[in-house]
Design a protein around this ligand. Sequence first.
Ligand SMILES: *Cc1c(COP(=O)(O)O)cnc(C)c1O
Length: 344
Amino acid sequence: MSEILLDSQAFFHNLTLISQHLKTHSTSTRLALVLKDNAYGHGLREIATLARDFGVQDVFVKTHCEAKIVQSLFGSITILYGIPQEPLAPNMAIAINNKEILESLCPGQRVELKVNTGMNRNGISPDEVEEYITLIAQKGLELFGVFSHNGYGDEVGEDFALGCENFHTLKDKVASICAGLGIALPRFHMLNSSGTLRATHIDDDLVRVGIAAYGYLECDIDLEIATQLKPVASLWADRISRKILPKGAKIGYGGKSVLAQESVVSTYDVGYGDGLYRVNEHKNLHTADGQRILPRTSMDCFSCASDMPRICVFDNASLVAREFDTISYEVLTRLSPFIKRTIV
Ligand SMILES: *Cc1c(COP(=O)(O)O)cnc(C)c1O
């Protein structure tokens, strides 16, 4: 059956590269790993285990359900979305984007306050920070972190620096609010992969690295370090059937592929139901060894003029992303969680 191979050496290489960057460009900023969405489609359990082995202590997940899966592996696990239906384990924190979440929590639980510093997506307004922190203190919750998200890490221009400045101002404000309330200073973090790797001076407690750990960067700025990242996941498909078909034979739904000469044609067990984009007659996608994936692909399989028993569908999600006018993130996170993951 189809399989996703996870190259542990590539993963450790990426984490090492990012850690070295942090050593050079920050005082003591820790690398926290983003494990949301099934670890960007790679497999939550597998990537979490590797990350723990590397020494990662702090992670970010999307849901409480994901947090429970990795509960025993990390010192801190932050849940980015949702309202937990049961009390959080002591090493878990929940991101606060609104008052409803705050109201739902019982005393003692850890929260990380999300503040909007210019992306205008999630997070409370900087004007509301004092009100929220006061409420958090009154409710006996632990203000574990205050964070933001810089939505301009990939872009050329001034917005990235502006977001950083806004966060800096916010940190000072939070420090004085906390001092006023007599509560401990929370941890601060804002930067994602591109923000981390383009920054020349970082003074936050953490960076939240996702895509770079998996071997990619979708950044418009040419960064030398981006070229050194190594893709972790490769998708493999196994042969279902093999045929020798004559010149002119039509293949698949609608017969959109027509053989120019007699060929060996095999089918392989990956289709759009497994999360690979559907390849129609307007798309041109090739396997890692350069064989065209013949349109139209099916839900569970594709055809290829190949005689190989097993084929690497892709080992670089960027190439697939380019053909489908999207980004590596989307190609990876679409991969079905039902495909077997194997660490190599
Ligand atoms: C997804 C996400 C990240 C990681 O972003 P990358 O670009 O993959 O490094 C960081 N912070 C938050 C809040 C996120 O949702």
